[in-house]
Design a protein. Structure first.
Length: 295
């Protein structure tokens, strides 16, 4: 009996060790506070070198957190930017919330307006984006009343997901059946797109068609999200109350508690893309991971 118990105990230890090696979040790696000098942090996006750019939306600035751990101001008067994403040329594409536009910001800070309106009407407020291999932009457009706006209601009917083809100045709708779409991210192979409907507390998975339209919408998890990201194993990271991690099948596999009122956005950063960078309320955090990001 003792031998059988010993064998079972050893097997349990082995299984636990194997799970720990596969788990995306090592509980020994606690979130590290980098700075708490901001008003509201958002828009975490990583460049090819692993430097992170993020917004302090209420203060209308974009900051850089470099691979060597230095903070510096990248752009002042940043269009009240929210979600952001780097294109292949190294331009930072930003949801410029001040006038409900999309901006392309060069590495030297030069601004080009990519999107001004939808059929002559103001967008609700571009919130988050993901750029595909063709240079097209998937964009969520929820309505959040901003203190810097003079208007008090949307120009458009509904809150939708759009696609802006590369080189075009007008997007087309890819999903109109959402309450308040927010976080968005696509898989690196370009086959699937995840969109969070934050008001309905759901995240959906879509198939991306060759013409950039979406099909086969399926409920991924019954949880909404602000920002989103993926790791190399296909795990999905959702934000809100800290960071919740789901495997590709939608099973919850981890949670990173962040001691802030709201966790807004995140991306994998650093030279090896194995440092999870998190924007949360007035602060920014990093967590060393044992997986790498794919964005």
């Amino acid at each position: 009996m003792k031998n059988k118990l010993s064998i079972c105990f050893l097997l349990l230890i082995a299984c636990t060790a194997a799970f720990a090696q596969d788990a995306p979040y090592d509980t020994l790696n606690k979130p590290q506070l980098i700075s708490k000098q901001f008003s509201f942090t958002e828009g975490a996006s990583v460049d090819k070198k692993g430097n992170v750019f993020f917004t302090d939306q209420n203060n209308n600035k974009i900051w850089e957190y470099s691979v060597d751990g230095k903070l510096s101001l990248f752009l002042d008067s940043a269009g009240r930017s929210n979600g952001m994403y780097f294109d292949k040329k190294g331009n930072l594409v930003a949801c410029a919330d001040e006038h409900d536009q999309l901006w392309s910001i060069s590495p030297k800070g030069k601004v080009k307006v990519l999107l001004k309106d939808y059929k002559g009407q103001l967008m609700n407020g571009p919130n988050d984006i993901w750029i595909d291999d063709k240079g097209g932009i998937y964009m969520t457009d929820p309505y959040y009343q901003r203190p810097w706006w003079s208007r008090t209601k949307p120009d458009l009917d509904g809150q939708k997901v759009y696609y802006l083809p590369k080189g075009k100045d007008q997007p087309f709708i890819v999903d109109a059946d959402l309450k308040q779409p927010n976080g968005i991210v696509g898989t690196p192979d370009g086959k699937y797109l995840y969109v969070a409907d934050i008001r309905d507390n759901k995240t959906y998975k879509y198939t991306i068609n060759k013409d950039a339209t979406l099909s086969d919408r399926k409920l991924f998890v019954a949880q909404g999200s602000d920002g989103m990201t993926l790791d190399e194993k296909g795990n999905v990271y959702l934000t809100g109350k800290g960071v919740t991690i789901y495997d590709p099948q939608g099973n919850k596999i981890g949670h990173i508690a962040i001691n802030e009122p709201w966790t807004a956005n995140l991306c994998f950063a650093g030279a090896n893309k194995d440092m999870l960078f998190i924007t949360a309320s007035t602060a920014i955090y990093i967590v060393k991971m044992n997986v790498k990001g794919v964005e």
